[in-house]
Design a protein around this ligand. Structure first.
Ligand code: PHE
Length: 344
């Protein structure tokens, strides 16, 4: 009886060992655990026979049975560990990144055409000794209008219909408020020689007007500044931008903050000034507004208008870009269609 039980115990230990060898999954492992060590398993079945042993043999079998149970649990634990490691290795193998494969190319962008034009303009003026001034896009009424000789209810305010935040605060309609800011900062010092590139806003929207567009403002204040200085400066700048063969002409115009005021045209690049479809047969293309700083503007800023003079101009950046690149609809600049942008 004793011999038989010990043999049986030995046998299920060997049986567990050999069956575990073939196990490849956690489910199979569980089945084996239940089959040999479970409540209704083979070990329990053998131990049921213990009651028939005499008192002397019973502890012996008990001891051997405990050892064997421990061994079998050890085999199962070892197999569990082995299966987990194998699963992890398989997962790592599956997710392995082949670093020798070529990567996805990253599409390189470039500067926006308007940024390119602004950079060109800045470069030219910096070369002429100008400094770059800045001002906010959200302005107060004084800087945008009053300080530029445009009191409340002045009819010329209608030329620049604005986006108001409050009665007194608006999106700037031009970069000219930076003139007012610059003078307030500099007074009573001179010469003043600045440009200010930036965004401006108006309630306009068609193929040649956008509610947001860009200008480059210019302001020069010194003794003995004349309209000839303005003309010479603009001719130099526009020839650098468009080519040395271009001419400019000044036409009388009106801005409340300049007197006299001019509209500046550049000779048509397509017909060379003879007249063609692009320039509506005039030979000229309008490109910017300018003039001599109005004495009231100088005085309001605290400069002595009997001693100092100034000139100012406002270049429309989109306008320059359209003429430079032959674009007839300004909205393409803001649609960000890469088929358009990639052409630059
Ligand atoms: N601020 C004017 C405009 O936006 C342009 C300008 C600037 C005219 C400076 C004269 C002097 O229309």
């Amino acid at each position: 009886m004793l011999e038989k039980m010990l043999q049986d115990l030995e046998h299920i230990q060997e049986e567990t060992k050999s069956q575990l060898k073939k196990v490849v999954s956690q489910e199979e492992l569980n089945e084996i655990r239940v089959k040999f060590l479970g409540k209704k398993g083979e070990l329990t079945a053998i131990l049921k026979g213990m009651g028939k042993l005499n008192n002397e043999d019973r502890p012996k079998v008990g001891q051997v049975a405990n050892e064997i149970r421990n061994n079998m649990e050890g085999f199962i634990a070892a197999k569990t560990k082995e299966l987990k490691e194998a699963a992890l290795t398989a997962q790592i193998e599956e997710e392995r990144i082949d670093i020798s494969l070529p990567g996805d190319p990253v599409a390189l962008g470039h500067r926006h055409p308007l940024t390119m034009v602004i950079d060109d303009i800045k470069e030219i003026f910096l070369g002429m000794g100008y400094e770059i001034a800045e001002g906010p896009e959200v302005e107060n009424d004084y800087n945008n209008f009053e300080g530029l000789n445009l009191p409340k209810d002045h009819p010329a305010r209608d030329m620049q219909d604005s986006f108001y935040i409050t009665e007194n605060i608006l999106l700037r309609t031009h970069t000219s408020p930076v003139q007012v800011r610059t003078m307030a900062k500099m007074v009573p010092n001179y010469p003043v020689k600045v440009i200010c590139p930036g965004k401006v806003f108006r309630r306009d929207d068609d193929s040649t007007h956008s509610p947001m567009f860009h200008q480059v403002e210019g302001l020069v204040i010194d003794e003995n500044i004349s309209l000839a200085d303005l003309k010479g400066t603009l001719l130099t700048v526009l020839r650098q931008l468009f080519g040395a063969d271009r001419e400019i002409r000044l036409r009388p115009s009106y801005f409340p903050f300049t007197e006299p005021s001019v509209e500046v045209d550049i000779s048509c690049g397509i017909c060379g000034g003879k007249g063609c479809r692009s320039c509506a047969n005039t030979g000229w293309l309008e490109i910017l507004g300018a003039g001599m700083v109005h004495p009231n503007v100088l005085e309001m800023a605290g400069y002595d208008s009997t001693k100092l003079r100034g000139f100012a101009f406002g270049i429309g950046v989109e306008r320059v870009a359209m003429l430079k690149y032959g674009i007839d609809d300004l909205r393409v600049f803001f649609e960000n269609d890469t088929r358009f942008l990639n052409q630059f």
